[in-house]
Design a protein around this ligand. Structure first.
Ligand SMILES: [Zn+2]
Length: 215
């Protein structure tokens, strides 16, 4: 099997966007870490009050609390978990639909559930590994401005997406971007935004939903 080396280049604006996302994430993690550390040094005894005549064994509990507290900046900002990603390419070997219950959060963190449908791709990567991955999730909200966010996830039918990826399609994953890209063939009239996942008209330069440059 020949391996396609013609991986489409990312537009400069997307390279910049990716770089900025990483910088913002790492910077906010550092700032939060510094603030949390400062809070422990200044008010540690007040945040985690211990009985007045603390036995020695309680010191371990207190240190444990500090350690858990100091992992919060990493959990909040997703560093490094959300930065572990890679670019790869492969060929779709199967397309399937999976039903599940999705959760989303409304104002003040109130959770809501919805019927979620995912288009599950089985992909044979160029390195030989076979993976399954959700390529389209119906019900998932697109990133709208806070004021425009609907109270329920974006409605949609998975049947509208069954032709988004076909068996035999060569797909490209770019580090830091969620959605897989397929080079549109001559018959295709759509191409996918790798930032928000919207299928745009093939001739568009910018995504109709998030205004990012399209590949
Ligand atoms: Zn987009």
């Amino acid at each position: 099997m020949t391996i396609g080396n013609n991986r489409p280049q990312l537009p400069k604006s997307l390279l910049k966007k990716r770089k900025m996302n990483i910088i913002i994430r790492v910077t906010s993690c550092c700032i939060l870490f510094a603030l949390f550390l400062f809070a422990i040094i200044m008010w540690g005894e007040r945040i985690f009050p211990m009985p007045q005549y603390t036995p020695k064994s309680f010191v371990a509990v207190q240190i444990g609390c500090y350690v858990i507290f100091m992992t919060l900046p990493f959990l909040i900002t997703g560093v490094p978990v959300k930065l572990i990603d890679s670019s790869w390419s492969g060929v779709v070997s199967n397309v399937d639909v999976e039903d599940s219950i999705g959760t989303f959060y409304r104002a003040f963190g109130r959770p809501g559930t919805y019927d979620r449908q995912d288009l599950i791709l089985t992909i044979k990567k160029d390195n030989g590994k076979v993976i399954t991955r959700s390529a389209v999730s119906v019900g998932e909200r697109y990133k709208l401005k806070v004021s425009d966010r609907p109270p329920i996830p974006t409605p949609g039918k998975i049947t509208d997406h069954l032709n988004d990826y076909k068996i035999g399609d060569r797909v490209y994953k770019y580090y830091g971007f969620k959605y897989l890209y397929v080079v549109p063939s001559d018959e295709d009239d759509k191409k996918r935004c790798i930032v928000c996942g919207l299928n745009n008209d093939k001739h568009r330069d910018k995504c109709l939903n998030c205004y990012c440059d399209l590949i």
